[in-house]
Design a protein around this ligand. Sequence first.
Ligand code: ATP
Length: 471
Amino acid sequence: MTSEPNRVATMDKIVALSKRRGFVFPGSEMYGGLANTWDFGPLGAELRNNIKQLWWRTFVQRRRDMLGQDAGILMNPKVWEASGHVVNFTDPLVDCKTCKSRFRADHLLEDKLHIADAAAKTPEEMSAILREANLACPVCGNRTLTDARKFNMMFTTTIGPVSESGTSVYLRPETAQGIFVQYKNVLNTQRVKVPFGVGQIGKAFRNEITPGNFIFRLLEFEQMEIEYFCKPGEAAETFEQWLANMKAWVELIGLNPEHVRVREHAKEELSHYSDRTVDFEYLFPGTLGWKELYGLANRTDFDLRQHQEHSGEDLTYFDQAENTRYLPYVIEPTFGVDRTMLVLLVDAYDEEETVDVNGKSDIRTVLRLDPKLAPFKAAVLPLAKKPELTGVAKELFETLQIETNAMIDYDETANIGKRYRRQDEIGTPFCITVDFDTLEDGAVTVRDRDSMEQQRMPMTEVAAYVNKHIR
Ligand code: ATP
């Protein structure tokens, strides 16, 4: 099964809603854009912050065996030689000699020739299959595709005033290496004992040959990564624990379990550093189908060993309890912020038929985001734009901002029905309406986004009610 016929969310609807409501805008749009770059608008920025804060709380702040750090994007190029990225961080690339389009050879094999696990094949094997099939270019239709060759995906830039005399450096393609190169400093300054882990959130850059599918595959993206250092003999068990932790995260953010599966990598498919890898895959709508959302890898002692050899620094750990010295193994759970955001939008998107008091039916679009992650937690809406109502509403708005410590919206434009629809579309869990009765009884109406049920409650209780539902 690659897609569900009856799912209401389509990528086109998500892209349209994202633009319409300010989640994601095309990058540099007023200058004609820059292909495959996107900017996150006010709502997108809130959603991303909520994802990152929840992740940090869950995996760094609430665990005694975890610490955080924030390494730079630019590093000494020797880091990337030691890590193997200079030689191995490549994609197999195919060019069309006629129209100059570029494709990933493994994608052509998978999409056009339906060959599973094509990524596990060497460029030579892929070239042989492509030649045999005499595949036409998907863009111009000519049978003029080249053989597959390796293409390094790291972006380079130059430090220094002129490019000829400057030093070439890479923009990091993953945040992980920043943790490995600071592992000894963390060990020496933080009173930690193996097993322990370091978590980090930051931008990474990859010169992807075939970016696309909205924010699924970007050139510039954000990762939330953990490097968990453990005894070599305990790596398999630690891997299982992190597998369970990642499953718990998928549940915590409220994804439909039927849309997520765990896929074990075949031996031939493993990265150069990995002993075991599983992908968390998500069932995207339409032709995209099952695609990687997160990864979990047993990186063994590959990275520490490489950095030890290349830098000459002793990176072994002295285990006092057992009076032994060893290089820890590393279990790496890795999460993409952008893919998390995308699957949350896709999973939360719903369309529902509603009937108004006059019996007129309509479709409402609603984002059923978990309240923990919703950009705005509540919206305060005066029933009419009358000073006696807006005055009270603004006061309530300010009180809620302070007492919930969260983003609260205030809206006095348009009729109340339109304002509800707007909040439904951006996933606001609660709409709080101040009406003329409020002036008499000090109570307001709280409308639930999902059930659309309304309840009256004293204004003084609203902050506690919202707080109860958004933590
Ligand atoms: P893919 O197979 O989709 O290229 P990958 O296996 O190269 O992904 P990792 O190196 O494991 O990805 O990166 C860790 C996480 O970072 C991924 O699970 C994904 O969430 C995110 N990620 C990787 N590449 C991109 C990208 N180009 N755009 C957005 N997110 C990305």
